[in-house]
Design a protein around this ligand. Structure first.
Ligand code: GDP
Ligand code: ZN
Length: 287
């Protein structure tokens, strides 16, 4: 398993021992989370000889618009939101669309539960996400409440935390990985990257089971949506209505006989979910 990637690759073996490895150029781009075949070339070094098939791939567009792979074999996206700073629903929905598109489960993680009053509007938003089939988990990395449930959620999974700045992602990582500094130190030594270690996507094994992939780049990851069909599929409660519009090429903006607009009028789909879809679709057209 590739736990660090950059110019310097570090592989973890089954007993989680870290081995710096060389890899052949013809293997293509190896990323954090990749599973590989490798062999020892010395006591403390190895060579990667093959890349195993990936179950998912997270990538982001680089400055020239090309997709750059960030992490592989992710199974779960934890979308973090908090009462402070208040979430922009649009951003939450973007993350959920991204998760649907790369085929990984998304969970809404409400951090700073200590600030969530019983009637807080965020609870209403969360209830709707729960209704359309997303798991919602409340935690407080400050008061350490809900942490047991969060740890359970992370078992057997490879997860990442995403969400806007200030919602408590780094606090959560610290809470989940109490020996983070030690691990980073060990990795810096193994990879020869020194202090730059944290600027690359890194896979951290969690104390019980499961892993967390983290880096500033991963935390602020956003998917570039490439087509309207992809966007439609990203809204899971829309699925049953797709193909039911009067016009087969309906853009769900203001056409007559739009099944989604009708579903909103009938109270079956939240108006703001359709609005976010429409905003994302407009942005897509401008690309
Ligand atoms: P990030 O930008 O998402 O990584 O957020 P940080 O982890 O840096 O946290 C931003 C701020 O929120 C810091 O001042 C934290 O102390 C605070 N914070 C984090 N978790 C909690 C929490 O559970 N409750 C409260 N009240 N504050 C928190
Ligand atoms: Zn329509």
């Amino acid at each position: 398993m590739v736990i660090r990637h950059g110019r310097n690759l570090v592989v973890a073996d089954d007993s989680r021992r870290l081995i710096p490895c060389l890899f052949r150029q013809n293997l293509g781009q190896l990323v954090c989370g990749d599973r590989v075949i490798w062999r020892h070339t010395g006591d403390d070094e190895g060579v990667v000889t093959a890349l195993l098939p990936r179950t998912s791939l997270l990538s982001r567009p680089d400055y020239s618009g090309h997709a750059k792979a960030l992490a592989a074999n992710l199974t779960q996206l934890l979308v973090v939101a908090a009462a402070e700073p208040p979430p922009t629903g649009y951003l939450l929905d973007q993350y959920l669309v991204a998760a649907e598109n790369i085929g990984v489960e998304a969970v809404l993680l409400l951090n700073k539960a200590d600030l969530l009053t019983p009637n807080h509007p965020l609870r209403r938003t969360a209830a709707l996400y729960s209704e359309i089939g997303y798991r919602v988990v409340e935690v407080s990395s400050k008061k350490m409440t809900g942490m047991q449930q969060l740890r359970q959620l992370l078992q057997q999974q490879t997860s990442i935390l995403v969400g806007q700045s200030g919602v408590g992602k780094s606090s959560l990582v610290k809470a989940l990985l109490p020996d983070l500094e030690v691990v980073i130190g060990r990795l810096s030594q193994t990879s020869g990257l020194g202090k730059h270690t944290t600027s690359y996507a890194t896979l951290y094994f969690l104390p019980q089971s499961g892993a967390l992939i983290d880096s500033p780049g991963v935390r602020s990851f956003r998917l570039a949506i490439t087509g309207r069909r992809q966007l439609e599929m990203g809204f899971r409660e829309f699925h049953d209505y797709l193909g039911q519009c009067q016009f087969s090429n309906c853009s769900h903006q203001q056409e007559p006989g739009c099944a989604l607009t009708n579903a909103v009028a009938a109270g079956e789909i939240a108006a703001w979910r359709l609005r976010h879809f429409q905003q994302m679709a407009k942005r897509l057209e401008r690309q």
